[in-house]
Design a protein around this ligand. Structure first.
Ligand code: HEM
Length: 197
C-alpha cells in the first residue's frame, strides 16, 4: 500500500489549481449576476427568495472553491507556495502583485459574507456600502485570473472571462435604468399635479 504522503505528491495539483480558479471565478460572476437580479424591483416574493438562495449558494460556494484553489498552491510539487505567501498579500516570490490580488479577493469575499451574516445588526446604509465593494473585489478576481492564468491563452476561456464581465456590467446598467425609471415617472406625475394646483 502506498504511504499517505504519496497520495498528495501524486495529486495533479496544477490542473486542480487551474480548474478550481476558473470554477471559483465563474461561480462568483454568476453569484453577482444573481445578486443584481435578486434586487430587481416588482418581483414575486417566491422568485425573489429563490434568487436570494442561488445568490448565496454561488457566492459562498465560489469563495470556498477560491480558498481551496489558493490552499492547493501550498502542496503544489512544481512551484509550492509558503503559507505566508498565500496569506500575506503581495509577498509571493512569483508574480507578487497578481497573486496578492488573489489573496485580497479571498479576504474581501470573507468580509462580504461576514457582514451579510450580521446584516441585521448593521445599519442598512453601512451594509450596502460594504456590499458595493463586491464590484472591485470581482474586478480583482478578474485581473488575477486573466493575467496569471495559463488557460487565458485558450480562446474559449478568454471569451468566458469577457462574457462574465459583460453580463455583470450589462445587468448593473439595466438595474440602474430600471431603478430610475419609476422615480422619473413619479417626479413627472408630481410635476403635473403641482402645476394643476
Ligand atoms: C476567490 C479568490 C480567487 C479566485 C476567484 C481565483 C481565480 C483564479 C483563476 C480564474 C485563475 C486562472 C486559472 C488558469 O487559467 O490557469 C487563477 C490562477 C492562479 N491563482 Fe487564483 N484565484 C483566487 C485566489 C487565489 C489565491 C489566494 C492564490 C494564492 C496566492 C491564488 C493563486 C493562483 C495561481 C498561482 C494561479 C496560476 C495557476 C496557473 O499556473 O495557471 N489564487 N486564479
Amino acid at each position: 500500500m502506498k504511504p499517505l504522503i504519496d497520495l498528495f505528491v501524486d495529486l495533479p495539483t496544477w490542473p486542480m489549481i487551474r480548474s478550481l480558479g476558473i470554477a471559483s471565478y465563474l461561480m462568483l460572476g454568476i453569484g453577482i449576476c444573481l445578486g443584481i437580479l435578486y434586487s430587481w424591483p416588482n418581483q414575486l416574493p417566491k422568485r425573489k427568495l429563490f434568487r436570494y438562495k442561488l445568490h448565496t449558494f454561488f457566492t459562498v460556494g465560489g469563495t470556498a472553491v477560491g480558498m481551496l484553489h489558493g490552499v492547493i498552491t501550498v502542496i503544489d510539487t512544481y512551484m509550492p507556495f509558503d503559507w505566508s505567501e498565500v496569506l500575506v498579500p503581495f509577498t509571493a516570490k512569483h508574480e507578487p502583485l497578481l497573486n496578492g490580488l488573489g489573496t485580497l479577493t479571498v479576504y474581501g469575499l470573507l468580509i462580504l459574507i461576514f457582514t451579510s451574516d450580521i446584516r441585521n445588526k448593521l445599519k442598512k446604509k453601512l451594509w450596502y456600502a460594504i456590499h458595493l465593494f463586491s464590484y472591485p473585489i470581482f474586478a480583482m478576481a478578474f485581473v488575477h485570473g486573466y493575467f496569471i492564468g495559463t488557460d487565458t491563452s485558450n480562446e474559449a476561456i478568454r471569451w468566458t472571462y469577457f462574457a462574465t464581465l459583460i453580463a455583470v456590467l450589462g445587468l448593473t446598467v439595466a438595474r440602474g435604468i430600471v431603478r430610475s425609471a419609476p422615480d422619473k415617472k413619479r417626479l413627472a406625475s408630481r410635476g403635473t399635479s403641482s402645476s394643476a394646483r
